[in-house]
Design a protein around this ligand. Structure first.
Ligand code: MN
Length: 705
C-alpha cells in the first residue's frame, strides 16, 4: 500500500502547486473513517481508496481528484456524512465525492431497476464533472485487480460481466484504452477461464517457438525507417487475450487461422513523418486492402488520432501497425486525462471547454445517449433497446422493434388490454408502427376493447405477448368447448340406440377426464376420435377402437405458422435448434417435419407441402451434432468433455468416427438451448489447445426407410 508521504510526493512530482495539506487531510480522514474494515483479501479496507488514488496519479490528475479518490467510499461505507466532507474539504471535493457515491448506489441496485434509470443518473453525474467518471473507472479497475479474492463465484462473475458491458466501453468511450484493455483482460479471465487460459498458453508457446518475433519485427521496422531518414520509436506487442477471443468468436475462426495477433506502434516526431512512415511501410510490405484508416485527418469522436494499417510482414503473418506522434501517443492511452495534461503543459486543470469533453457531455445529455454511449457494448441488453416517453415524460425502455402495444403493456396491463390506437409524437399511427428512440407515445384507450389475436403479429415484448396469448387462449378455450359440443352431438346422433342420461358422466369417468368441458375440448382438438367417444359412451358400441393418435408434446418447443395442436417433429437429418431458419414439410399420415432451410431433404419435397415456420416464443432446447477433431494426446477427450460441461451442454452421445496417430475425430451429439448457445460452445471448443477443429455437422441424408 502506498504510504501517505509517497502518495503526496507523487502528486507534487507532476504538480508542484498541489495542495499538500488537502491530500494529507484526506489520507488521515479516510484512514480514520474506514477504521478496522477489511477487504476480501484481508487487507485493511483503507488500502483500496489509496490504490485507486495511486492509479489516478499515473494519469497526473489534479489534487482534488486525488483527494476524491481517497475519500470515494467514505460516505457510502462509513459513518462519514456529506456535510463533514464539505466542511473538511470544501464544496468542490464534496461535490465530486457525492458524484462517485451516486454512481456506487446505482451499482448496488438490481439489474432491472438499473437498466434505464442508471444510465440517466450516470450521465447526470458525469456531465457535472468528468473527474467523477475517472475516479469511478479507477475504482472499478482496482476492484477488478483484486477480484480473485472475492469468495463468491456468482458475485465475481456479476462484477466481471458488468465491467465488460459497462465500464470497459465507457473507458473506451473517453479514450482510456489502457484502462479498457486491463478491465477486459481481467473480466475475460473470470468469465471464460478456459478460453483465457488456452489463449494465454498459446501466446506463450508462440513466443517460445518462434523466438522473440515481436522484437525481431520491431527492430526490422525501426531499421528500415532509419535507413530512409526517419527516427522512430517502434513498440510491438501481442494483442490482449480478450481481443483475440473476440476475433475468434466474431469470425468463427480458430487460433491458427488468426493471422494478426501482433500489433506495432511507430511513434515519430510530427504529422508529416507519420504519412512518410506509412508510405515507406507500404512500399516495403504489401498492405492488406480495406484495413487502412486515417484517424489523423479524421480523428475518432473521443479525440483519438493515429494512422492504422495492416501489412503482410511475411508468409501468413499479418501485423497491425499504428503510426502516430509522441503527443498523440500519450493521448491515445489515457484519453481525456492525458489531453488535460498536455493542454496545461503538465499542470492539470480540468478544462470543461475542451472540445471532446463538450462532445461527451452532449452525447450524454441527448435523448439517444444510452445507446450511443454503449455503441461498442457487446451486451444485447442495451444494444437492442430503445427508450420512449409517456406524455408525462416518464421513460419507458423497450426492445428494438417494439410497437405501441408493447409500450401500452409496459406502462400498465389495463392500458394494454384497452388499447384502440396510438399517437406517436402527436400523430395518430397504426398500432403496428415501430417506435423509434426518443418517441413520445400516447395510447388511446377504450373500456370496451379487449386484446386482439392480431396483435401477436407485431407485439415484440414478452410481457405484451404473454398477456395477449393468455387472453386469446381463454377465448379459444371457450370456443373449442362450444365446437366440441357440436361434434359430440353429431357423434351421439350417429349412434345406433339412444343414450342413458348418465352416459356422458360415465364417459368422462372412463376417459379419466376432469369434466365434460375437457371432453368437448379434446374432441374439438382431435385428441379423441369418434370411435373413442362412442366406446366411452357405450362400451362395445364402436366396431373398433382407434388408438389415440394425439402426438406427445415437444417439451418447450413451439412453432409459429402451424395451427395450434398440429403435431410436428424435428428432422433427424439436420437437427434444427431454436434460432435456425426452418421450413416444415407436411406428410399425409405423419406430423409436420421441421428441417433447417439448408437441408437437402427439402429439395425432394414438393413445394406445395412446404410450410413456412418460425420458432415459437421461448422455444428452448434441441439436439445438435458436432464434428470435433482433437489431438491424439492424453487428456484431450477430457478437455473436450470439460468444455461441453462448462458451457452447460448435455452430452447425449459421443462417437469416435476416425482415428490416426495424430488426430481423433468425434461425432458429438449434445443438447443445447438454441443456436446462440451452440455457437458459444463451438467457439469455446475452438479456443482449446487440444482441439484442432470443431464444426456443426452438415445435414445428413436420411437412411432409406
Ligand atoms: Mn471503491
Amino acid at each position: 500500500m502506498l504510504r501517505q508521504y509517497e502518495l503526496v510526493d507523487r502528486v507534487l512530482g507532476y504538480d508542484p502547486e498541489a495542495d499538500e495539506a488537502l491530500l494529507n487531510r484526506a489520507y488521515v480522514f479516510s484512514m480514520a473513517a474506514h477504521g478496522s474494515q477489511k477487504r476480501a483479501n484481508g487487507d485493511p479496507y483503507f488500502s483500496h481508496p489509496i490504490e485507486v488514488a495511486g492509479i489516478l496519479t499515473d494519469l497526473h490528475l489534479d489534487d482534488e481528484t486525488i483527494a476524491t479518490a481517497i475519500l470515494h467510499d467514505t460516505v457510502e461505507d462509513t459513518l462519514a456524512t456529506p456535510e463533514q466532507i464539505e466542511k473538511t474539504f470544501g464544496p468542490s471535493v464534496a461535490r465530486l465525492v457525492d458524484g462517485v457515491t451516486k454512481l456506487s448506489k446505482i451499482e448496488a441496485q438490481s439489474d432491472n431497476e438499473r437498466a434505464a434509470e442508471n444510465l440517466r443518473k450516470f450521465l447526470l453525474a458525469m456531465s457535472d464533472d468528468i473527474r467523477v467518471l475517472l475516479v469511478k473507472l479507477a475504482d472499478r479497475l482496482h476492484n477488478m485487480r483484486t477480484l480473485k479474492f472475492i469468495p463468491s463465484e456468482e458475485k465475481r462473475r456479476r462484477i466481471a460481466r458488468e465491467t465488460m458491458d459497462i465500464y470497459a466501453p465507457l473507458a473506451e468511450r473517453i479514450g482510456m484504452y489502457e484502462f479498457m484493455k486491463e478491465m477486459q483482460t481481467l473480466a475475460f479471465a473470470e468469465l471464460e477461464p478456459e478460453a483465457y487460459d488456452s489463449i494465454t498458453k498459446r501466446l506463450e508457446q508462440l513466443k517460445k517457438g518462434g523466438g522473440d518475433q515481436v522484437a525481431r519485427i520491431s527492430s526490422g521496422i525501426r531499421l528500415m525507417l532509419a535507413q530512409k531518414g526517419i527516427k522512430a520509436e517502434v513498440e510491438g506487442r501481442e494483442k490482449h487475450p480478450y481481443s483475440i477471443w473476440r476475433k475468434m468468436t466474431e469470425r468463427h475462426i480458430s487460433f491458427e487461422q488468426l493471422s494478426d495477433i501482433m500489433a506495432f506502434r511507430v511513434i515519430v516526431d510530427d504529422v508529416e513523418q507519420c504519412y512518410r512512415a506509412l508510405g515507406l511501410l507500404h512500399e516495403r510490405w504489401p498492405a492488406v486492402p480495406g484495413r487502412f484508416k486515417d484517424y489523423i485527418s479524421t480523428p475518432k469522436r473521443n479525440g483519438y488520432r493515429s494512422l492504422h494499417t495492416t501489412i503482410i510482414h511475411h508468409e501468413q503473418v499479418r501485423i497491425e501497425v499504428q503510426i502516430r506522434t509522441h503527443k498523440m501517443h500519450a493521448e491515445a492511452d489515457f484519453g481525456v486525462a492525458a489531453h488535460w495534461a498536455y493542454k496545461t503543459g503538465g499542470v492539470i486543470q480540468p478544462d470543461v471547454n475542451s472540445r471532446w469533453i463538450r462532445d461527451l457531455v452532449e452525447i450524454l445529455d441527448h435523448a439517444a445517449s444510452p445507446e450511443e454511449l454503449l455503441e461498442h457494448t457487446r451486451m444485447a441488453m442495451y444494444q437492442d433497446r430503445i427508450f420512449a416517453f409517456t406524455p408525462q415524460g416518464e421513460l419507458i425502455q423497450l426492445p428494438k422493434g417494439a410497437t405501441p402495444i408493447d409500450f401500452a403493456y409496459a406502462v400498465h396491463t389495463d392500458l394494454g388490454d384497452q388499447t384502440v390506437g396510438a399517437k406517436i409524437n402527436g400523430r395518430v399511427v397504426p398500432l403496428r408502427t415501430v417506435i423509434q428512440n426518443g418517441d413520445q407515445v400516447q395510447i388511446l384507450r377504450s373500456k370496451a376493447q379487449e386484446p386482439q389475436a392480431a396483435w401477436m403479429g407485431f407485439a415484440a415484448t414478452g410481457k405484451a405477448r404473454a398477456k395477449i396469448r393468455r387472453f386469446v387462449r381463454q377465448k379459444e378455450h371457450a370456443e373449442n368447448i362450444a365446437l366440441g359440443r357440436r361434434f359430440y352431438e353429431a357423434i351421439v346422433a350417429r349412434m345406433p340406440t339412444g343414450l342413458k342420461p348418465e352416459a356422458l358422466d360415465e364417459a368422462v369417468k372412463r376417459l379419466k377426464l376432469p369434466d365434460a368441458d375437457k371432453l368437448m375440448e379434446n374432441i374439438a382438438r382431435g385428441a379423441l376420435n369418434d370411435a373413442q367417444v362412442m366406446e366411452a359412451l357405450m362400451p362395445g358400441s364402436s366396431g373398433q377402437v382407434g388408438t389415440n393418435v394425439h402426438p406427445s408434446q415437444q417439451s418447450v418447443i413451439s412453432m409459429k405458422g402451424l395451427t395450434p395442436g398440429v403435431a410436428f417433429t424435428l428432422a433427424s437429418c439436420c437437427t434444427p435448434v431454436p434460432g435456425d431458419r426452418i421450413v416444415g414439410v407436411r406428410h399425409p399420415d405423419a406430423p409436420v417435419c421441421v428441417h433447417v432451410i439448408e437441408c437437402p431433404v427439402l429439395l425432394d419435397a414438393p413445394e406445395e407441402d412446404w410450410v413456412d415456420l418460425a420458432w415459437g416464443d421461448g422455444s428452448d432446447g434441441g439436439t445438435a451434432r458436432l464434428n470435433v477433431i482433437v489431438r491424439n494426446q492424453p487428456g484431450s477427450l477430457g478437455v473436450m468433455a470439460g468444455i461441453l460441461g462448462g458451457q452447460g451442454a448435455n452430452i447425449v452421445n459421443i462417437n469416435l468416427a476416425e482415428r490416426d496417430e495424430s488426430f481423433h475425430t468425434f461425432i458429438v451429439t449434445i443438447e443445447v438451448h438454441d443456436v446462440g448457445h451452440l455457437m458459444r460452445i463451438v467457439a469455446a471448443l475452438r479456443a482449446a489447445e487440444a482441439v484442432v477443429s470443431a464444426e456443426r455437422m452438415e445435414p445428413q441424408a436420411p437412411l432409406a426407410a
